[in-house]
Design a protein around this ligand. Structure first.
Ligand SMILES: *Cc1c(COP(=O)(O)O)cnc(C)c1O
Length: 409
């Protein structure tokens, strides 16, 4: 009799985006004359930068010619891309990361989800923020590292609460943990961590022989020059941290698929006898066994982000979304709400002080605007909603005018 992995039965079905879709569909069917504007989505809306498009086309043309055709490439990514990443994203910021510590992949979602495989299942102590990108929790539930979900939280996880009281940057836990997930700039809150705050996490990880999994999918949105873009800007972080980066939000690659994970060679984890093993070798084994590389034209397109033209075009796209974010921030602040995010991130996290689904319904029914209820991201998300800056300027302006009219009334 074939049996299932019963850990899957513990997963709390995520109704968030299907619930949103259901409510929006019901509303539009009842009100076909009232078009809805979606500011709830965590997906980009602007097309790929021109430099990427040209490199993408050139890559496809190479595949059409016997002399330049490429079959399987290196599983870890082509050297031209790994070297561009190491030089531009790390060496340029003084981070001690070499090209062979960069693993190119088809997405940070997969990387964040797959990385836990190389660590112990039994007895591993997890620290995960709340609210949070659901991948970190759910993949550990699937692997059997948690107990049941009681009242919205899994037994066996140390939740790192992000609340108005701590400025949405969680405090270091009072207990020892082994595997710590951090995401800055944060999805969903848009909060960023200072050098001092990240240095405290690095010190905590060192003291506990722990590893930090640092998701910096939104680093390109950082405008404050004092905020670190990479955890490796903290001295010694290459001994305790793995970093995930993605071209999805940086350069509009959500539908093109390219990302990378940095596993420094200095990073170690331990066997049951306490002997240290390099994590780089484990991840390399996992990656080359289960993954066969990102398509060549996509890697060419990704490398174009690091050309002069590519850098300028990426900056322009980010500035466009951040200008949307500034408009949203100003509008909700003018309405008397406190909020964070939007200055170094494409998300604005509004403290509504009310039930987040009730606020969602109010915006939908009275302003025809779709946001994301904070409760969908975790217990600490209750009382908040996320508004995304990923949309056209025209839609953002129209949505804000409607929100102002509805909430002032
Ligand atoms: C969008 C996003 C990613 C990137 O995912 P991809 O699979 O690379 O598209 C990673 N982490 C967070 C928190 C995100 O919001």
């Amino acid at each position: 009799m074939i049996r299932i992995n019963e850990n899957y039965l513990k997963l709390k079905a995520s109704y968030l985006f299907s619930d949103i879709a259901k409510r929006v569909t019901a509303y539009t069917q009842a009100n076909p004359d009232k078009p809805v504007i979606r500011l709830g989505i965590g997906d980009v809306t602007e097309p790929l930068p021109q430099a990427c498009i040209e490199a993408f086309h050139a890559g496809v043309d190479e595949m059409a010619n016997r002399a330049t055709f490429k079959g399987y490439g290196p599983e870890q990514g082509y050297a031209f891309l790994r070297e561009a990443i190491a030089a531009n994203d790390y060496a340029a910021r003084g981070c001690p990361i070499a090209a062979d510590e960069v693993f190119v992949s088809d997405g940070s979602k997969c990387d964040c989800g797959n990385i836990q495989e190389i660590f112990a299942t039994e007895g591993l102590k997890l620290a995960i923020p709340d609210p949070v990108y659901p991948v970190y929790v759910d993949t550990n539930v699937m692997a059997g590292r948690t107990g049941a979900n009681l009242d919205g939280r899994y037994a066996g996880i140390t939740y790192l609460d992000s609340t108005p009281a701590n400025g949405y940057v969680p405090a270091i836990p009072a207990v020892a943990t082994d595997l710590i997930y951090l995401c800055f700039p944060n999805n969903p809150t848009g909060a960023v961590a200072t050098k001092e705050q990240l240095a405290a996490w690095v010190a905590y990880a060192k003291a506990n022989k722990a590893i930090i999994l640092f998701d910096s999918a939104y680093e390109a949105y950082i405008t404050d020059p004092t905020i670190p873009h990479s955890i490796y800007e903290i001295p010694g972080a290459d001994e305790v941290a793995i970093e995930f980066r993605s071209f999805s939000k940086t350069a509009g690659f959500t539908g093109t698929r390219c990302a990378y994970t940095v596993v420094p060679k200095k990073l170690v984890a331990y066997d049951v006898a306490g002997n240290a093993h390099p994590v780089h070798a484990l991840w390399n084994r996992r990656h080359t066994t289960k993954f066969n590389g990102v398509s060549y034209p996509v890697q060419k397109a990704a490398a174009a982000i690091y050309t002069e033209a590519g850098k300028a075009q990426v900056k322009e796209k980010i500035a466009y979304y951040l200008a949307n974010a500034a408009l949203i921030r100003k509008a909700v602040t003018d309405l008397g709400f406190s909020c964070i995010g939007g200055d170094n991130a494409p998300y604005i996290w509004i403290n509504t002080g009310t039930d987040s689904w009730a606020f969602f319904d109010k915006l939908l029914n009275e302003a025809q605007v779709v946001c994301t209820p904070g409760a969908g991201f975790g217990k600490c998300g209750e009382g908040h909603v996320r508004i995304s800056a990923f949309n056209s300027r025209e839609n953002v302006e129209k949505a804000l005018a409607r929100i102002a009219a509805a909430l002032k009334a």
